[in-house]
Design a binder for this molecule. Structure first.
Ligand SMILES: *[C@@H]1O[C@H](CO)[C@@H](O)[C@H](O)[C@H]1NC(C)=O
Ligand SMILES: *[C@@H]1O[C@H](CO)[C@@H](O)[C@H](O)[C@H]1NC(C)=O
Ligand SMILES: *[C@@H]1O[C@H](CO)[C@@H](O)[C@H](O)[C@H]1NC(C)=O
Ligand SMILES: *[C@@H]1O[C@H](CO)[C@@H](O)[C@H](O)[C@H]1NC(C)=O
Ligand SMILES: *[C@@H]1O[C@H](CO)[C@@H](O)[C@H](O)[C@H]1NC(C)=O
Ligand SMILES: *[C@@H]1O[C@H](CO)[C@@H](O)[C@H](O)[C@H]1NC(C)=O
Ligand SMILES: *[C@@H]1O[C@H](CO)[C@@H](O)[C@H](O)[C@H]1NC(C)=O
Length: 462
């Protein structure tokens, strides 16, 4: 028998088994029909049918293989609503979305009709030159490489360096991980507007390592030709950040990252509620988290002086001053675990707030002009506070700052205000610090009294 399958060995075995079964059935039928004394020519005839059957299946697989169609990853028809609905990234695909859960795509799945995801192209400047397709495992496109294990495919509208935007892209994968037996990826494929990215910033990379229990491997497509597709045994695609997730789901996600980060950095996960000072009062950590350059305080020593003075008036208060530019990930995790009140200008460093014990406080500062001009993006630290279980204690907006030559609400002013510095108002800062310190002190005393410290020594994903 000279039936040879030129393609996947699995397919050959499958087809052969199928044909042998059909042959056997046919033969049994022949027996029943009473043609027991089959002459040799009949046997040959039947083998021909088997051979023919195999050939037909092969030609069908060949047709399927030929019909795999690659579409541009970035669909320019949706450039004006890049983030809405099915988005401009893999625009022919719809997400799986159950009420309150993260929105995602998984391949293979029922909705992909058990087809795998394949990606092609190494473009780093124009995502419309990279492409995607779905294919059945028995009929992968020509020259395709099948990559085993779980692949996370991330769409990020901004970047993987800024810790806020990086975290936003990470959150949905953490949510999926929790809902899917804590399965961790073998590799990441990072896209920005459909363009490949090969690096996560150090903060994000370390958080990813801590959360998923291993250094993330980012696929670089090294040794892969431009026209050579990669297909994935199992892939999960995220393009909506935390959109669609209920508050409980978000909280659960931040809880896991906090727990994993503290464990990774050898920081106690028990929280500091039991920590007391010499008089037996709970310690209140107040941290001034400073920026350098844009949105730094014009007069740092004055600002530090104000908070120092208010902190000194409260038994148990301990002031820390730190700079966001030169702390490692674990230094930030450690510092946040010792912080009950985070005092910091608007900026990515505030993303670290989710690493504080839950119910901790945040005080935020803006330079002039942001309220009118900065859009909803200025509220992201209100949002993350709410999602991660922190208390955003409001924001101070500097009424003074650089002059803009256009009308106050002219959008062109934003480029001037964007990098503005932040002054201070001693009266306002003092009263505000006093109010927040009072609230935190009462809460900590209550917590110490009730001793209902939830043990957080075990993370949700062991
Ligand atoms: C084999 O299949 C082809 C069509 O694919 C058909 O024309 C031919 O008659 C078949 N031969 C036998 C022996 O069944
Ligand atoms: C497969 O790869 C070979 C060698 O790189 C190339 O010559 C051939 O055209 C490719 N086939 C297809 C269908 O792309
Ligand atoms: C945490 O402690 C372990 C064991 O003592 C050590 O191997 C590891 O390097 C520490 N990690 C960090 C981030 O300090
Ligand atoms: C900063 O503020 C302090 C206290 O108000 C003041 O003494 C000092 O002159 C200020 N420094 C600058 C550079 O304005
Ligand atoms: C961190 O950066 C700040 C601001 O540039 C600087 O004042 C401080 O000395 C630096 N700390 C370390 C440990 O390098
Ligand atoms: C946070 O505060 C709320 C309301 O006071 C309380 O119900 C909750 O238990 C607190 N959470 C933690 C983790 O202490
Ligand atoms: C400083 O804050 C106080 C209290 O909110 C306010 O009454 C005062 O007008 C502010 N001063 C300036 C210069 O804005």
């Amino acid at each position: 028998m000279s039936v040879s399958c030129l393609y996947s060995p699995k397919l050959s075995i499958f087809l052969l088994a199928l044909c042998v079964s059909l042959f056997t059935l046919y033969h049994i039928q022949s027996l029943h029909a009473g043609t027991t004394s089959s002459p040799p020519w009949s046997f040959v005839h039947q083998w021909k049918r088997v051979t023919n059957c195999t050939q037909e299946h092969e030609s069908m697989a060949e047709k399927l293989r030929q019909s795999v169609t690659f579409l541009p990853l970035k669909d320019l028809r949706y450039a004006d609503k890049a983030l809405q609905g099915h988005t401009w990234f893999m625009s022919s695909m719809y997400d799986t979305h159950e009420e309150g859960e993260v929105q995602y795509q998984q391949f293979p799945s029922e909705s992909s009709k058990r087809r795998l995801l394949c990606l092609k192209g190494k473009e780093t400047h124009d995502g419309s030159w990279n492409s995607y397709a779905l294919a059945w495992p028995e009929a992968l496109p020509f020259n395709a490489t099948l990559l085993k294990g779980l692949t996370f495919v991330s769409y990020n509208h901004y970047n993987y360096d800024n810790i806020w935007h990086g975290l936003s892209a990470m959150v949905p994968f953490v949510a999926w991980h929790i809902r899917n037996g804590c399965e961790s990826p073998s590799r990441w494929i990072l896209y920005h507007w459909g363009e490949l990215r090969f690096e996560m910033g150090p903060w994000l990379r370390t958080l990813t390592e801590a959360t998923f229990g291993g250094a993330p491997y980012t696929e670089t497509f090294e040794g892969v030709d431009d026209g050579q597709p990669l297909c994935f045994e199992k892939a999960v695609v995220m393009r909506h950040n935390e959109g669609g997730m209920s508050r409980d789901r978000r909280t659960e996600t931040y809880d896991l990252m906090r727990c994993k980060a503290r464990m990774y950095c050898n920081v106690s996960s028990e929280g500091r509620i039991p920590e007391v000072n010499k008089q037996g009062l709970p310690v209140i950590g107040m941290t001034l988290f400073m920026r350098t350059g844009p949105r730094s305080f014009t007069n740092e020593s004055a600002v530090i002086g104000i908070f120092e003075k208010e902190c000194a008036k409260v038994d148990g208060c301990r002031l820390m001053v730190a700079y966001s530019n030169n702390l490692t990930f674990c230094e930030q995790v450690k510092m946040m675990s010792l912080t009950d009140i985070l005092v910091s200008p608007h900026g990515a460093q505030l993303t670290n707030m989710f690493l504080m014990d839950k119910n901790s406080s945040v005080m935020e500062f803006f330079p002039k002009g942001w309220l009118k001009l900065a859009g909803v993006g200025q509220y992201v630290y209100h949002w993350i506070a709410s999602w991660s279980g922190m208390r955003h204690q409001g924001a101070w907006r500097d009424p003074n700052g650089d002059k803009c030559p256009y009308a106050e609400d002219d959008r062109r002013c934003m480029s001037i205000y964007k990098s503005g510095k932040i002054g201070f108002n001693e009266t306002y800062f003092s009263e505000w610090a006093r109010d927040v310190l009072d609230e935190v002190k009462i809460r900590k005393l209550e917590e110490a009294a009730s001793k209902t410290i939830a043990s957080t020594s075990a993370c949700a994903c062991g």
